[in-house]
Design a protein around this ligand. Structure first.
Ligand SMILES: NC(=O)c1ccc[n+]([C@@H]2O[C@H](COP(=O)([O-])OP(=O)(O)OC[C@H]3O[C@@H](n4cnc5c(N)ncnc54)[C@H](OP(=O)(O)O)[C@@H]3O)[C@@H](O)[C@H]2O)c1
Length: 330
């Protein structure tokens, strides 16, 4: 058995601020206590909520200290199991969720936070699935979709939206997704009717859904409530960006019951993605050391699918953003 190093690196910030406060710091290698598992992280997803926490916007909601680490999503390989863990062994391939700590070369979590990675699920998708997938799943469940419903999803090409639209389609809904024109082809490939956001959106949606809109999922959170009301959507079937914020914050620091739910949903999503029933586009794969650049890309709010940090990059140069390819062709 190979030796485990004495130290490792994690993303950390020591003061609230922009991407420039993010740094990689050396820490002592963590080891699992009873019931826990040490995972070597291969891929960790990044999420807007982490940027909001880093900017100090959630000091009243999340216990934030100096030397704060971050990250919920990850996939990797089990290195060490704590006493009493019988469900996983060293070298098992897993994905999971962590409390503000997954953006690191190594993470320790309760064994109950992990699911075995389906064989055909790519690492980068496995590492990006947790927070966006859970938010999408819980949001879709909250609006009670029935076969034949026409629903609207805002920011449909983003991390959360692109999963929501596919879960809604699996329930038999007709889905209209708001996006910029550059994402029309992407959404059409997923079987979604794209519609450009901005002035006149309600009228454009009415043309695409002449029999009415049953539910409105507002990820972007600018004018969704007004548009949903204008379309005559029952308020109980409208979800706001604030609902989404509450859902994400609860997922980041869950109680035991919520953590069990989160693992169960993650397992379900991993099976769906592993069997290609849903797909998750990874439009940015950043070497771990480029964590500032990765968040910079995310925070432009025009990512398609998800952006991830790769802990085993082949090289650390020549990052091409998916949107740059399109822009270069204009
Ligand atoms: N309230 C909250 O707590 C909360 C939490 C997390 C995220 N959010 C917001 O929700 C949005 C989506 O979240 P995500 O995690 O899926 O992020 P994401 O992956 O970064 O999604 C970005 C998507 O937003 C779309 N977009 C940009 N401007 C838009 C606009 N004016 N109207 C509608 N869509 C627009 C982009 O489409 P185009 O490139 O085609 O323009 C892009 O596909 C993010 O912008 C984020 O800031 C809010």
């Amino acid at each position: 058995m190979s030796r485990i190093a004495n130290s490792t690196q994690t993303v950390s910030f020591q003061a609230f601020g922009g991407v420039d406060v993010l740094e990689l710091v050396e820490i002592e290698m963590p080891h699992p206590r009873p019931g826990e598992v040490l995972v070597e992280v291969l891929v960790a997803g990044i999420n807007h909520i982490e940027a909001y926490i880093r900017r100090g916007q959630f000091v009243d909601h999340i216990d934030c200290a100096e030397n704060q680490t971050q990250g919920s999503d990850f996939a990797g390989i089990v290195l060490e199991v704590g006493e009493g863990v019988t469900t996983l062994r060293r070298n098992a391939e897993v994905l999971g969720h962590a409390r503000l700590s997954s953006q690191a070369y190594h993470v320790v979590v309760p064994a109950s936070n992990l699911v075995v990675k389906p064989k055909h699920l790519p690492w980068e998708v496995a590492g990006a699935l947790f927070l966006a997938g859970l938010t999408a799943y819980d949001t879709i469940e909250s609006v009670n979709i029935r076969p034949g419903d026409a629903i609207v999803v805002s920011a449909a090409a983003g991390g959360v939206g692109s999963i929501e639209i596919q879960l809604a389609k699996l329930k038999g809904a007709t889905v209209i997704g708001t996006c910029g024109e550059r994402n029309f082809d992407y959404l059409r490939q997923l079987g979604v009717k794209p519609v450009v956001y901005g002035d006149g959106l309600a009228e454009r949606i009415e043309k695409l859904a002449p029999n009415g809109v049953a539910a409105y999922l507002d990820n972007f959170g600018v004018d969704g409530a007004d548009i949903s009301a204008a379309l005559g959507v029952d308020p109980s079937r409208f979800t706001s960006s604030d609902d989404r914020k509450a859902c994400e914050l609860a997922a980041i620091v869950p109680d035991a019951e919520a953590a069990a739910h989160n693992t169960q949903v993650l397992g379900m999503l991993a099976d769906l993605a592993g069997s290609r029933a849903i797909s998750l586009l990874i439009s940015g794969y950043y070497p771990f050391g480029l964590v500032q650049e990765a968040f910079d890309d995310l925070e432009t709010r025009h990512a398609r699918g998800k952006i991830v940090l790769g802990m085993k990059p082949a090289h650390s140069y020549g990052i091409t953003k998916a949107r740059s390819i399109h822009d270069a062709m204009d």
